[in-house]
Design a protein around this ligand. Structure first.
Ligand code: BT5
Length: 267
C-alpha cells in the first residue's frame, strides 16, 4: 500500500497491512526504546482497536484509518491533556476537508462528530492518548471511519466519510492517505506551536481554536465522571488545562478533566 501524502509529512512512517492495535504496538516499541518525535504507524486493518477506558474501537478490514503518532516534544506535563484535544482538532479538520458540505465538530475532549441531515450527531473519529512513563512520550492514536458502508458501522452512533458522502466508489487507500496526511500534519503543527509557546495553550492559540471547534461549548450536557458520578449542566468553556467548565443549575462551575460527555438535545 502506497501512502505518498502521509509519507511526505511524517518524519518516520510505517504502513502495516494488519495489526491488533497501532497504539498498543507503538507503545510496546516505545517501552523498549524511545522513538523519535513524529514516528507514525498506520494501518487500514486494525483487529483489536482500543478506545478509552478499555472500550473497543471496531472497524471491518480496509474501511477505516488507524494511525498512531509518537509525541516526544518538550511541552511540560501541564500541557499533556491538550494532546488528545489536538488529535481531535486535527481529525476534525481532515474530516471537514473530505466532507465540505457537512457540519463537522469536536465533542470534548476528542470525538469528531458529523451532523446528519436528520440533525443527529454521529461519531466519525475517535482519539486515544497514552502516556508512556518510561520515556515521557505520548502515543496519540486516531481512528477515522473512511470507507465503512452503512451496514459495516459498528454502532448506531457511528458514521463514515463514505456514508456521509452517499457514494460507495471511493478508493480506500487514496482517501486514507489524504486523511492520514491531514491528521499527521495537523497534529505536528499544533504540537510545534504548543512547544514554541512553552506549553501555554492560550498563548499558542490552541485554547481559542478548541473553543471555536468544540460543539460541546454552549450546549447542555450530561457528564459521566469517574466513579459513576453524573453532572448535568451547560458547558460554558475550557480552562487553560483543557478541562471543560460545566455550569450546573445551582450556579456552581465545575472543571471536568476526564469524563464522557453527552450532548443533550431537549433539556
Ligand atoms: C475512542 O474511544 O473514541 C478512541 C478511539 C481511538 C482509536 C484509535 S485507532 C488508532 C489507535 N489504536 C488504537 O487501538 N486505538 C487508537 P471512546 O471515546 O472510548 O469510544 C469508544 C466507543 O466508540 C465504543 O464503546 C463504541 O461505542 C464506539 N465505537 C467503536 N468503534 C467505533 C467506530 N469505528 N466509529 C464510531 N464509534 C465507534
Amino acid at each position: 500500500m502506497d501512502f505518498p501524502l502521509a509519507s511526505a509529512v511524517a518524519p518516520l512512517l510505517q504502513v502495516i497491512d494488519s495489526i491488533g492495535s497501532t497504539n498498543a504496538e507503538v507503545a510496546r516499541r516505545e517501552r523498549l526504546a524511545a522513538q523519535p518525535h513524529g514516528t507514525v504507524l498506520l494501518t487500514l486493518d486494525q483487529t483489536a482497536g482500543r478506545g478509552r477506558l478499555d472500550r473497543q474501537w471496531v472497524a471491518p478490514p480496509g474501511t477505516a484509518l488507524a494511525v498512531s503518532v509518537v509525541i516526544a516534544a518538550d511541552l511540560g506535563t501541564a500541557a499533556l491533556p491538550w494532546l488528545p484535544i489536538i488529535g481531535g482538532l486535527a481529525a476534525r479538520d481532515a474530516v471537514a476537508d473530505a466532507l465540505p458540505a457537512s457540519v463537522v465538530a469536536v465533542k470534548w475532549p476528542n470525538d469528531v462528530l458529523v451532523s446528519g441531515a436528520d440533525g443527529v450527531e454521529r461519531k466519525i473519529a475517535g482519539v486515544l492518548a497514552e502516556f508512556i512513563t518510561t520515556t515521557g512520550a505520548v502515543v496519540l492514536g486516531i481512528g477515522v471511519n473512511t470507507t465503512m458502508r452503512r451496514a459495516d458501522l459498528p454502532v448506531p452512533t457511528a458514521t463514515s466519510i463514505e456514508v456521509e458522502l452517499g457514494v460507495d466508489t471511493t478508493d480506500a487507500v487514496t482517501l486514507a492517505d489524504r486523511i492520514a496526511a491531514d491528521v499527521i500534519r495537523g497534529v505536528l503543527r499544533r504540537v510545534a506551536a504548543l512547544a514554541d509557546a512553552g506549553g501555554d495553550a492560550s498563548g499558542s492559540g490552541l485554547l481559542g481554536e478548541a473553543l471555536g471547534a468544540c460543539a460541546t461549548i454552549g450546549r447542555r450536557v450530561r457528564v459521566s465522571l469517574p466513579g459513576d458520578r453524573i453532572l448535568t449542566g451547560v458547558a460554558s468553556g475550557l480552562d487553560a488545562s483543557g478541562a471543560i467548565l460545566v455550569s450546573t443549575d445551582d450556579g456552581a462551575t465545575t472543571a471536568v478533566h476526564a469524563g464522557d460527555v453527552t450532548h443533550l438535545r431537549y433539556e
